[in-house]
Design a protein around this ligand. Sequence first.
Ligand code: DC
Length: 232
Amino acid sequence: MTEPAAAPVIAIDGPGGAGKGTVCRAVARQLGWHLLDSGALYRLVALDAERAGVALDDEAAVAERARRLDVVFQPDGDEGSVRLAGQDVSLAIRSEAAGQGASRVAALPAVRQALVGRQRDFCRPPGLVADGRDMGSVIFPAARLKVFLTASVEERALRRYKQLKEKGIDASLAILSEELGERDRRDTARAVAPLKAAPDARRLDTTDLSIDAAVAQVLRWAAAVYPGTQKK
Ligand code: DC
């Protein structure tokens, strides 16, 4: 059971930097629904393994730690915060290194399996906006609204660059672009849950679209697919 009737799901998948995080947060806020940032879970798994001195390619050990991960998401502030074993790691998981680590552990089938139940637990009334790569294809296949959000690599690199700068994290646009391309290749080529649109997903290209316009489009789709679920 992936989508109890009482909890509708909007599954938003796509490559890194396409604007998923911002769009999902805005949609969840406007509807008053829960938010699942599944990428944050993979980042947390990578950070946790690194801190414990576990090699990121030691599949069994990383998966075992992923199953027991002590994580608390708190909705405070604009982006919310996340604690790993009681420590605030909201900033640490956003580094490029954590993103690269996440992409590596996300390629391990046992790690993905270890996180399935934890992700499905986010599906609670009044509804869930799920942000990731395999939300519509694997985790919530019964979601009635699936969106595949894309943008060109150049535009995505530029957005990530600005995001990091705003947070005071040093970055190079050329390196970010290269790393995004590399991560896309790894996420698309992996054997388990590769990044690809579910056959019933609606594609939304945000290269020339503002965040507000993308959010408005998702909300229009949501109103059509889940009538009566809009926030009062
Ligand atoms: O969206 P993000 O940059 O926080 O994701 C970090 C990495 O985690 C990314 O390389 C792909 C992986 N990921 C995944 O494989 N499946 C998900 N549902 C979410 C993220």
